[in-house]
Design a protein around this ligand. Sequence first.
Ligand SMILES: [Cu+2]
Length: 386
Amino acid sequence: MKKTISGLLGLSVMAASAAYALPEPGGIDMQPAASALAEEVHFFHNGILMPIMTGISLLVLALLIWVMVRYNSKSNPVAKKFSHNTLVEVIWTGIPILILLIIALPSFELLFKEGVTPDGKQVVARGDGQTVDFVFPNDFPESRMVKRADHLQVIVDTGAERRTLKHRKDFSVDGWGESDLVVSLNEPAPRGSSVILRGGRSTQNVTDCPTAKRYIDACEKEIVLAPTMTLKVTGRQWGWNYAYPDFGDFEFLSDMAPEDQTTPELYRLEVDNRVVVPVGETVRVTTTASDVIHSWALPNFALKIDAVPGRFNETWFRAEEEGVYYGQCSEICGIRHAFMPIAVEVVSRPKFEAWVDSQRALAGLEPMFADDNVKLAQAGAGAQAE
Ligand SMILES: [Cu+2]
């Protein structure tokens, strides 16, 4: 048994990479956000919910103390007899409605963002030192069409420098909402540079934006591109099955690593076969289950989505940093519910492709991306020898 498991772990190209963040004993805050969307979720909790909850708790406490001190039978022996006050009743109905609205609006926005898989699109053109007009095919469905300046981003990448151009100041646009958008740069893109046109309605906060400014206008939102892969997750008693339909539909089981195969910190979080996804790319996650309801949850990405037998749920994430991220089944699913962890390894594109080809080889499929050995060597597959 021991041998089988370590053999399986050895197959992982990146067995040596470090965990991004783990639950810690006595920790009270959320695990750090590893995606822009998770940052927005954290801001919703820390910046909106917590101040409101703290404020309400303190107000109620103050009212209670006031009533106890001012209106006890000693300091207020003769009670007044009235029982209604229209003004007070309007206030105590109106203010909670306002508070709920303040909470509801950003929470709907977050639910929408997590539930709607991004469909942003990117076209790359070459700058030749002369051309100023570039075309962006606006072939989205009507409701998702690029119609405003914040649905479009223009980036000029010279190799040495990558600059996001400003609408009006650096370029103008013709044909908002039409099937072809013409972007006219004020000055031609340098010879050999790439002109990147990105369009779509799926946006998120810019991740390298300084934290202090992240949620105010100083940092513009960036457009999130459509998924480059789909991960199919199937929950079962008691472990997970993963399939990669875009890469030949290979599948594998992922089960908790036994105690003697991992470290004390990672016990009940580590698995024998981790999910591997590329960094900086949108990953569509679909979940279902083969027996009872499970839930696929990854705190670092603020993700939690039920895996329901006979149903197909969908969400997405985009990891901003390489590393290993851990989660656990989050729906009570039976006696071994606590023993079906989730481990997602985020790696660079070349490492991901090497890993895909190694999995395809196990499934008896031809490599999909160039020569396997070359890719594995590039990926620094020294870990394999361990
Ligand atoms: Cu479960």
